[in-house]
Design a protein. Structure first.
Length: 294
């Protein structure tokens, strides 16, 4: 966006006051387009209480709870403007870290859909297949919690297993953008998210954050992506940036590790090498962005 023209002009006493008011309103509107860092919006006490109950529920394992200090699920979901009455689509749930929160929270009054991600081959590799099988077994084993969850797939911008056209209040994705860049599917997926949302619906993105100026190849190699890259591609898909938050920032993350972001917990790709150092850093520095479909 071009910066606001701040050159001073001599006031014309004869100019109608309404023109000054209009100019001021335009300036405020343009300034608002810069989407400054935002805190989580206020939510109703009942919605907040039900979210707290979902986060504290027995369906969440102790290892999952231990990651709350890095992932801030309550603040993140509130920043994304979620409510328990909405229809939500989560992309690439993995083992279901966020599913364990979203499923009970949306169970009674909302709807939760999950799209497992299929890469360029159209089929998961052995590790992904094992994760997907374990995920579906978990859902099937606790129907009182997960019985309403609808599971489908996403490949190259195409959803399977459910109708995705204009039906969702929110599409959410957590730490997946780097995979789609590597697979050449980012733009197709973003366009699919835009089509899947209702007018006014929101896309919530959390992603490992690279330093400005990081090259595309470095993003692929390290798993860290610049905010500018994500925003540019989301806007190209039709989205408008609605806000950004530092909820999931980590200033201890220097982003210069031999195994990229996977050096850090929970992956520890380097094994025991410098493990104590990485544990002290914690999980990655992450951008948290929300976009709206106009």
């Amino acid at each position: 966006m071009n910066p606001i023209d701040r050159r001073r002009t001599r006031a014309n006493p004869a100019r109608p006051r309404a023109l000054y008011v209009a100019a001021a309103l335009i300036a405020l509107t343009v300034a608002g387009c810069t989407a400054p860092t935002q805190s989580a919006p206020q939510v109703s006490s009942a919605a907040a209480a039900s979210l707290d109950a979902a986060i504290d529920g027995p369906q969440r394992s102790q290892p999952a709870r231990a990651r709350d200090v890095y992932r801030h699920p309550e603040q993140t979901l509130q920043f994304f403007d979620l409510a328990p009455t909405q229809t939500v689509l989560e992309i690439a749930p993995g083992g279901g870290w966020y599913t364990d929160i979203l499923a009970p929270w949306l169970h009674d009054s909302g709807h939760l859909y999950e799209a497992e991600y299929l890469g360029p081959t159209g089929a998961p590799d052995a590790e992904e297949r094992a994760t997907d099988i374990a995920y579906r077994h978990k859902l099937a084993a606790a129907p009182a919690i997960y019985g309403n969850v609808v599971v489908g797939t996403l490949q190259a911008g195409t959803f399977s297993g459910f109708d995705a056209d204009g039906r969702f209040d929110h599409v959410l994705t957590f730490r997946n953008i780097h995979n789609w860049i590597k697979d050449g599917q980012l733009d197709a997926n973003l366009r699919a998210f835009y089509r899947a949302l209702k007018p006014g619906g929101e896309l919530g993105v959390e992603e490992h954050r690279a330093s400005p100026g990081t090259s595309l190849q470095q993003m692929i190699d390290t798993g860290y992506v610049t905010e500018a890259f994500v925003i540019e591609h989301a806007q190209a898909a039709g989205f408008v940036l609605a806000g950004r938050s530092e909820i999931n920032a980590n200033p201890r993350d220097t982003k210069d590790y031999p195994h990229g972001v996977w050096s850090l917990p929970p992956t520890y790709a380097g094994g025991d090498a410098d493990r104590a150092r990485y544990a002290a850093i914690g999980e990655s520095d992450r951008m948290t962005l929300k976009f709206v479909k106009r």
